[in-house]
Design a binder for this molecule. Structure first.
Ligand SMILES: Nc1ncnc2c1ncn2[C@@H]1O[C@H](COP(=O)(O)OP(=O)(O)OP(=O)(O)O)[C@@H](O)[C@H]1O
Length: 550
């Protein structure tokens, strides 16, 4: 999609009136100059000429302002719509799709590319107006001298052909710039996340810097190549002007009958003609960059669309359970990561397992045995590749998976704490304060206006904060992925001795990934995974030592 197509699509029929105002502005501009030229060379009624010129200027101001202001408004409105659409697609896209896409491309497209389009609004309006002035000025030159007009068209035609021949090459360089910018984003993210590791190793810091400097060099080179071609086009336009003026002054009078006054008028007209042409040629880089940015945004939208394919919109979602359940059943469930042409993509299953309400299930296994993958499949975050996942006999499908997921309150191993208590914004303040005390972080952070005053806590403390959010969600199934791993012995004990039994006593189902074998007796069952398969399921007697939560 080009910028002009975007304007046409988003302006709800205003495109024509925009062209009309740009044409009027261009016409008024050209007519004003023609009148000034005529007044200067032909004399005649000066007051009349002055009034007509003033009217042209006024018309130019009114129409020009409209063209500029409306173009900016239309583009900004379109960008707002695109941003919201991208956010909506990110929200709908499936987890694997987002994981495959990575964050750098998304950041680049919705920040850098959007600003390129936004910055081009004024230039686009100028470009549009310049084209109209050019058309009017050409008519003016035609009225002065048809042979001069033919000469103008001929030289412009040659210039244009050279100009468009360079377009493909410019496009290649701009695409390379876009690719390198994503790599640059990736590397900067890597660097910022690994700042501690870099401080501890000058060699590592040097290697990271080396990689970044290679990318910045490639970015520089691709940008310079694109800009050089754009600048060559400007020089080409200037050369065409020289050739045109030289031909008009030295060659044209030799072949057609034209007096010196007309030649002077023609030179004045051509010089005037060249200023909008310069605007159009000069505005081309911004226009082209905007088109490239829009193509990048479109490509991102397509990828997100693909990732959201099959996802049922909220208005069509089914909820047969209304937050209640008895049993989750996995019947021959398999899942394989969809990686591009990777035959060794990790798989889990076939898995046959049922989890009943109020059960405490521990999931154990070595690193990479598939515990986190299994949990994500169980929670409906990854769709099963084959087999069936059912809740109370109802198979989990695209139509009901959103309601199914709402049964779970999860603390992932790589959990994220939102800046606000999104999802539980109406949480009871006293309950939150009580939980903060219970988790022993009341002296570190407080709860004000649906947000915690600070999230700059130790890893263990942040996990306790995540636990508070999970408890506030109050869902039937609590999933904890190695929650206790970062807790001190006292809190580890609290987690197993008090928190889990109290959740069980309240009828909650607890599924926890853990390596703490000394607490395995708190589980009703311990499921051991190995190479993505259930290796064993051990049953344990549960101690029910309930403690109040909240
Ligand atoms: N997004 C992904 N795309 C492709 N493969 C993945 C992805 N995430 C994990 N894997 C692969 O799946 C395998 C199992 O990973 P998983 O995180 O489920 O193991 P785990 O048992 O939770 O490990 P750990 O105890 O180290 O947390 C790994 O070998 C990993 O390579």
């Amino acid at each position: 999609m080009t910028l002009w197509e975007l304007i046409r699509r988003e302006s709800s029929g205003e495109g024509r009136s925009l062209i009309a105002s740009a044409t009027l502005a261009g016409g008024a501009n050209a007519l004003g100059i023609a009148l000034i030229n005529a007044a200067a060379t032909e004399g005649g009624e000066k007051v009349r000429s002055f009034i007509l010129i003033a009217l042209c200027v006024l018309l130019y101001i009114v129409c020009s302002r409209r063209t500029y202001h409306r173009t900016t408004a239309i583009i900004e409105q379109a960008l707002k719509k695109i941003k919201l659409r991208v956010i909506d697609k990110i929200e709908r896209a499936d987890l694997q799709g987002i994981e495959r896409l990575g964050t750098s491309e998304i950041y680049d497209r919705i920040t850098e590319n959007m600003s390129v389009v936004s910055d081009s609004a004024g230039i686009t309006a100028n470009f549009l107006q310049s084209l109209c002035i050019l058309a009017c000025a050409s008519i003016y030159i035609l009225s002065l001298s048809p042979p001069a007009f033919m000469l103008l068209m001929l030289l412009n035609g040659v210039g244009m052909m050279r100009y468009f021949a360079r377009n493909t090459e410019i496009g290649e360089h701009l695409r390379e710039v876009a690719r390198k910018r994503v790599t640059f984003f990736d590397q900067i993210t890597d660097m910022l996340k690994g700042v501690k590791e870099m401080r501890l190793s000058r060699r590592r810091a040097q290697d990271v810097r080396q990689d970044i400097s290679v990318t910045t060099e490639e970015l520089r080179s691709a940008t310079v190549n694109a800009n050089n071609l754009f600048n060559d086009n400007l020089i080409l336009a200037q050369c065409v002007l020289f050739v045109l003026l030289i031909t008009m002054v030295f060659v044209l009078p030799q072949h057609v009958s034209i007096d010196s006054v007309k030649v002077t008028t023609l030179v004045g007209a051509v010089l005037f003609f060249w200023s909008p042409l310069g605007g159009a040629v000069g505005g081309m880089p911004a226009y082209k960059r905007s088109n490239m940015a829009l193509a990048n945004i479109e490509a991102l939208e397509e990828k997100l669309e693909r990732a959201a394919r099959g996802v049922v919109p909220p208005e069509k979602a089914e909820d047969p359970w209304k937050g209640e359940f008895s049993t989750i059943e996995m019947d021959d469930v398999r899942f394989a990561y969809a990686t591009e042409a990777d035959e060794h993509a990790f798989q889990i299953g076939p898995m046959n397992l049922s989890i009943t309400r109020g059960e405490v299930v521990f999931v154990v296994g070595g690193n990479g045995s598939g515990k986190s993958t299994f949990m994500k499949v169980l929670m409906g975050l990854y769709p099963v590749t084959s087999g069936t996942l059912c809740l109370d006999g109802t198979q989990i499908r695209a139509e009901n998976v959103a309601s199914y997921r709402e049964m779970f309150s999860v603390i992932f191993a790589d959990f994220h704490l939102f800046s606000k208590l999104y999802g539980v914004l109406d949480a009871d303040e006293q309950l939150v304060q009580r939980l903060l005390k219970q988790m022993q972080i009341a002296d570190k952070t407080s709860y004000v206006d649906a947000r915690f005053t600070t999230r700059s806590l130790s890893t263990g403390q942040r996990k306790r904060l995540a636990m508070i959010v999970s408890l506030l969600e109050d869902r039937p199934i609590c999933v904890f992925d190695e929650w206790a791993a970062d807790q001190d012995p006292e809190f580890r004990r609290y987690f197993y001795d008090e928190l889990i039994p109290s959740l069980k006593a309240r009828g909650k189902t607890v599924i926890a990934v853990t390596h703490d074998d000394r607490y395995f007796h708190y589980a009703d069952r311990v499921v051991t995974l190995e190479y993505g398969q259930v290796k064993s399921i051990e049953e344990h007697a549960t101690r029910s030592k309930a403690a109040p939560v909240g």
